[in-house]
Structure formats: C-alpha cells, structure tokens
Design a protein around this ligand. Structure first.
Ligand code: BTN
Length: 286
C-alpha cells in the first residue's frame, strides 16, 4: 500500500523511484490521516529498520519540539517524516544540515543575494520580512531510536506551512502567535503540498547521505549564510546563559553565545530553546 485515504496526488511510486537513487531501499507512503508521521515511523522502526518516508495530509497528534503540539490544517501544510538506520560520525549538527537542505531547496540563492528564508538555530525555518522581523515557516523534529543489533535509526520530521492561514489573513501584526506565521507560497505561489514534497525530499535524502559520512562541515557555510540569530540579542532557557548575543555555531553545531560580561559559552540544542530579543532587553555590560 503506497497511498491510503488521500485527497491529493502525491505520486508516491514515482517519488519512491526518484528517492531510491539516494536511499536504495526507501519506501514512500502517503496517508490521508495519521496521529503523527514521526510517531508512526518510530513504531515501525521497532519492527524493522526499513528506510521509510511517510507523508500525511492530516495529523491528529502532530508533535513539535520540547513536547509542544504541532498544528496543521489539511492541505495548508506539508507534514512528513523520513526514517532510516543512521550511523553518522557525529550526530551533532544534524538538524542544522537538514535545515540547510530544506532552505536551499526552497530558496536557491545566487551568490551575494541575502536570503529571505532563514534558519533559526537549531531547527526552525523562518521568513524574514525586514531586519529583526521574522515569521515561522516550518520546523524540524529529529528523534533517534535504538534498533536491533546495537545500531541506531533516526526519524526526521518536517512540518512546513504551505498556505496562508485564513484566520490570519490581513493581519500583519501577529501578536496572538508568538512566532508569527509564514508560508511557502510567499516564496513560490504555485507550490502545493505535493509539489513542495517533491522539491524538498530529494534534497533531504541527499543531505542525510552526505551528513552521515561528512558531518556538518559541508553545510556550515550555507548555515552561516542563513543564520537568523547571528549578531542578535538572544534569551535562552539555560540558567547559565539567560541572555547574550548569538555569534554563529561551532564545528559541532552548538550555538556560540557571548554573555554580557564578554565570555562566550556554547549552547547545545538538547532541551534549550533560544529566542531573539529586542536589544534593549540585554543586561548592561559588566
Ligand atoms: C517544531 O518546530 O517544533 C518542529 C515541528 C515538527 C513537526 C513535524 S510535522 C511531521 C512530523 N510529525 C510530527 O508529529 N512532527 C513532525
């Protein structure tokens, strides 16, 4: 079964044939509705380690980072997950590499052009309206699980807003949504959810294959170019570094944060969340 209960034309068999050039055993499936594509693939990984891409038109229990709920309206979002046995040299920085793959696929940039689509460490895609003004376009949730024979597998979950939210149209000042709302059709008005999957899935597969052997290094320059937080005043949920100024990432993808006193600390993604601040909220220099 490759599609079940769907209303959109995902062309799963053709997509599977395309993606198998990078991941030979990959199975692609589309569902009309599921609790969560990532939850379902984690369950399947307990049975076998077949690489799978699962896209769903509706998720009834979509999950975001840090235990948050991921809301998406049918047809208005792309929600999919990719599961595969995975043994990278170094896991750190994987969400950055995935973000770069999605960003470059959605908004390829000629040299010298400033990106509109930016990456908010460690795993969000945001659209920049003007310096310091962003709205969230999508997110990435990466989970890992032990498989039999001592190996690990990962599930990369991707949620991207495709259409404007009808309830928000006409509202530019989205104070009711802490992250605002941006959608892919603001970049490419003709892309629908299946078209978007066809656009990003090959780039994602290619990036995962590359990251497994080469780590973050080949993605570092592209991340730096789209790094939303660089130079921004930030607040973190880590008590040792409540506020500071973001200063790029290190070779392992940890966020460099310069504290008000001048010291620089590395913040690893884990459960720390970071948000840009108005510069006026930074503590004064010691
Ligand atoms: C975040 O920004 O918090 C990450 C959101 C990730 C959402 C995607 S949608 C497809 C996959 N299935 C889920 O339940 N979550 C991820």
């Amino acid at each position: 079964m490759i599609s079940s209960g769907t209303t959109l034309d995902w062309r799963c068999q053709a997509l599977q044939d395309t993606l198998q050039t990078g991941l030979p055993a990959l199975q692609v499936q589309a569902l009309g509705s599921v609790d969560s594509t990532s939850t379902r693939l984690l369950e399947l990984l307990r049975q076998d380690a077949t690489p799978r891409l699962l896209v769903a038109e509706t998720q009834t229990q979509g999950r975001g980072r840090n235990g948050r709920v991921w809301f998406s309206a049918p047809g208005a979002s792309l929600t999919f997950s990719l599961a595969l046995p995975y043994a990278p040299v170094d896991w750190s920085g994987l969400s950055l590499a995935v973000g770069v793959a999605l960003g470059e696929a959605l908004e390829p940039l000629p040299p010298g052009q400033a990106p509109r689509l930016q990456l908010k460490w460690p795993n969000d895609l945001w659209l920049c309206d003007a310096p310091g003004h962003w709205r969230k376009l999508g997110g990435i949730l990466i989970e890992t699980v032990a498989t039999g024979s001592g190996t690990r597998a990962c599930v990369v979950g991707v949620g991207l807003n495709v259409l404007p939210r009808p309830d928000l149209q006409g509202l530019r000042d989205l104070r009711d949504l802490s992250t605002g709302h941006a959608c892919v059709q603001e970049i490419e008005p003709t892309l629908d959810a299946p078209g978007l999957l066809w656009r990003v899935a090959p780039a994602l597969v290619q990036a995962l294959v590359r990251f497994e052997t080469q780590g973050l290094e080949p993605f570092a320059a592209a991340f730096a170019r789209r790094d939303l937080l660089r130079g921004q005043a930030v607040a973190t949920t880590w008590a040792a570094a409540p506020t500071g100024q973001a200063d790029g990432v290190d070779a392992h993808g940890a966020l460099r944060v310069q504290l008000p006193g001048g010291a620089v600390v590395m913040v690893s993604s884990g459960e720390v969340s970071v948000r840009p601040l108005d510069r006026s909220s930074l503590a004064p220099e010691a």
